[in-house]
Design a protein around this ligand. Sequence first.
Ligand code: SAM
Length: 327
Amino acid sequence: MTGLSDSFQRPINYLRISVTDRCNLRCVYCMPEEGVALMAHGDILSYEEIATVVRAAAEMGINKVRLTGGEPLVRTGLPQLVRLIAEVKTIDDISLTTNGILLARYAAELKEAGLRRVNISLDTLQPERFRQITRCGELEDTLAGIEAAHAAGLEPVKINVVVLAGVNDDELTDFAQKTISDGWHVRFIEHMPVNGDDSGLLKLVSVAEMRRRIEALGQLEPWKADVGNGPAKYFRLPGATGTIGFITPVTEHFCYQCNRLRLTADGKLRPCLLSEEEIDLREPLRRGATADELKTLIEKAVASKPKGHRLAEGRQPKGRPFSQVGG
Ligand code: SAM
């Protein structure tokens, strides 16, 4: 293993894989109600093709893999992919980002296949509001998914909340309270103005403002818990066993510590979530490229990682919707 680093000396050891562009929800800030144009099934990488990419990447120093989407659990047989990735000896962390709707059905099987932990996206604790934000989901399904994840030992279970002014920001303390009452690890994420979203309705709530409101429950103490190796800054409320994290992709971007590459469901390697650049791996994979050829392409993607995004200046990436790149 050589270890990868980009032109800005950032070590790259993390691959996020979007296994499908399909989703069983239509969250207002992520997808239009009618959905987006879907990829043809034949354009989507097979599990074996994904595993081939993982094996090549692992030989170059990638040791963490996250499965995402779309909604990864709508793809049939996901545990089979987890199993293939778990066979790659140097991958020491396989995680999943999911809306949790189908998790109760698959949590135990995923754990048994080698999945280590899950992040569950949940933007409200109110059933009616859940229906409004997701346009078609039931809160109780995601809550059952969270319980099943704990029961299966997919720890730490992290709850990701995208905070939207005027939509769910009145629930900041309800979520924070869950870190005391239920030991939840909650991460509040700034809404990113992408997907051509200039509605003006989905306004960002600054972390300073989030903290101010949460501190109605007590002072937040910085917490260096073993709950993350990503960009969140963690805190604890007095008496809590869970943690509160803040992720600030817009106001305080963390591109300087970005350690990621992304693989889209149709086999494009993306050096950055928020740039349009991508390198095709599907065609080389399907004409039988060698591991060395794949590694050259992976190196090329790493070399082209941009220094940072420019969302704060109002620059939105064009091209694919967020749901296709795997948030
Ligand atoms: N379906 C899975 C889920 O819900 O976690 C995985 C894919 S989803 C695109 C991944 C994450 O991206 C979710 O937590 C979602 O809330 C977040 N997301 C989508 N659009 C976003 C935006 N504009 N700003 C911030 N986060 C966003």
